[in-house]
Design a protein around this ligand. Structure first.
Ligand code: SF4
Length: 228
């Protein structure tokens, strides 16, 4: 059987170390899924994979050990169930969040619905490089927002941004370039402005933190201040 690993990867099936097997990454925002979604993931793992699930560090569900000959059947099942798969590469990635004020007693802001709103607007948008976004409810920072290109943290019922963080082989900590914002609309406006700035100015493969270094923090700050 002919396998085009690059095409399958673009559809969420990642070729494993065992070349005839694939690990399917599903798409979720905010790390929360209803039980019907999880049951479908279990059904795929039991019937087409190796009977196990993996939870990634960015809150995605991965189903390993799917033999190449089962991929087509899994794709049909996903399509019938309306389940989307993860998209990697130079794009806006799935938005990570903690449970926030809707559940957690420490939460200063609601996080899950905000993460979903951001995800629904931007997930999969093509950019010069990957762009990772996280939302966390309070200073405990369970979603580790400073390790993301754009991070939002609840502070005194307002929103504190962090820009330019990343992990991987060259980790860097995101920095706040704005005061604490009071309204969710301001948050969405700043994210829209940051994505535009990134889209218009970044070189291929250049993450936001490196772009800020190259153009100057003052230039970036002025651009995003205009969005508030
Ligand atoms: S960051 Fe704060 S609000 Fe979010 S889960 Fe952790 S303790 Fe709760």
């Amino acid at each position: 059987m002919e396998i085009d690993a690059a095409i399958l990867k673009s559809k969420g099936f990642f070729q494993q170390a065992q070349k005839d097997k694939f690990s399917l990454r599903l798409c979720m925002s905010g790390g929360t899924a209803d039980t019907g979604y999880l049951k479908k993931a279990v059904e795929i793992a039991d019937n087409y994979g190796g009977g196990r699930l993996h939870f990634t560090t960015r809150q995605q569900i991965e189903i390993p050990d799917i033999p190449a000959e089962n991929v087509e059947a899994v794709q049909k099942l996903l399509s019938d169930a309306g389940i989307k798969t993860f998209i990697g590469g130079p794009r806006v990635r799935t938005v990570v969040s903690c449970l926030g004020a809707a559940v957690c007693k420490f939460g200063q802001i609601e996080t899950g619905a905000l993460a979903k709103e951001i995800h629904d607007i931007y997930f999969g948008r093509e950019l010069p490089a990957k762009l990772k976004i996280a939302v966390t409810g309070c200073k405990n920072n369970c979603a580790r927002v400073e390790a993301n290109d754009i991070g939002v943290r609840g502070v005194g019922h307002g929103y504190q941004f962090y820009f330019g963080g990343c992990f991987g082989h060259e980790p860097r900590i995101g920095k706040p370039f704005l005061p604490v914002l009071a309204k969710k609309e301001q948050v969405l406006s700043v994210i829209a402005c940051t994505v535009r700035f990134f889209e218009n100015n970044a070189a291929k493969g250049e993450r936001l933190g490196k772009l800020i270094d190259r153009v100057g923090a003052d230039v970036f700050q002025k651009a995003i201040e205009a969005a508030v």
